[in-house]
Design a protein around this ligand. Structure first.
Ligand code: ADP
Ligand code: MG
Length: 162
């Protein structure tokens, strides 16, 4: 496991973290996003889209859809939002299928997956440090996510590695 902690001072800075990850992605990555409403999870997914060559404006918080698939970029982006799940979910088959596809899967409220794929994922945990301040803790589990984190850090130094 490798980890990095950084602070952002605006939505744009959080988007830039996602963009660096999107540019560093090679396909097959799973990015789990953990944090309260308004923490910046969707902002990071917009950046991911940008980094993959997908219009970031297309990314939104859907009211009823749990899985949204964005094509047209360098790799497909699968955006999963588990906010509306009422109870922690044992990973259902349909999710397992989308989580490790050819593209990049980003899962908001990743902690609502009961037995979340904890050993093969990049988990980004958001904490509020002020009105516009957020502390992002990125924890890479498994070799492909450790490589992702290393490449993303090298391509754009967005914060202060621990
Ligand atoms: P979530 O998906 O976690 O509910 P969103 O990305 O949809 O969060 O919303 C984050 C909100 O917080 C937006 O209104 C954004 O403008 C605001 N915000 C303020 N500072 C930041 C920051 N540093 N990073 C991300 N969002 C921020
Ligand atoms: Mg959201």
């Amino acid at each position: 496991m490798s980890a990095r902690e950084l602070e952002t001072g605006s939505p744009d800075e959080t988007e830039a973290v996602g963009e660096a990850l999107g540019r560093a992605a090679r396909g097959g990555e799973l990015i789990g996003l953990v944090g309260e409403l308004g923490a910046g999870k969707t902002s990071l997914v917009r950046g991911l889209a940008r980094g993959l060559g997908i219009e970031p404006e297309r990314v939104h918080s859907p009211s009823f859809t749990i899985v949204t698939d964005y094509s047209g970029g360098r790799l497909p982006l699968i955006h999963v939002d588990l906010y509306r799940l009422e109870a922690p979910l044992a990973e259902p088959a349909f999710l397992r299928d989308v989580l490790y596809g050819d593209g990049v899967a980003a899962v908001e409220w990743f902690d609502r997956l009961a037995d979340s794929a904890a050993d093969d994922v990049l988990v980004v945990t958001f904490a509020f440090t002020g009105d516009d301040g957020r502390r992002l803790c990125l924890e890479a589990h498994g070799p492909r996510h450790e490589r992702l984190l290393a490449r993303a850090g090298a391509s754009r130094p967005t914060g202060h590695p621990r």
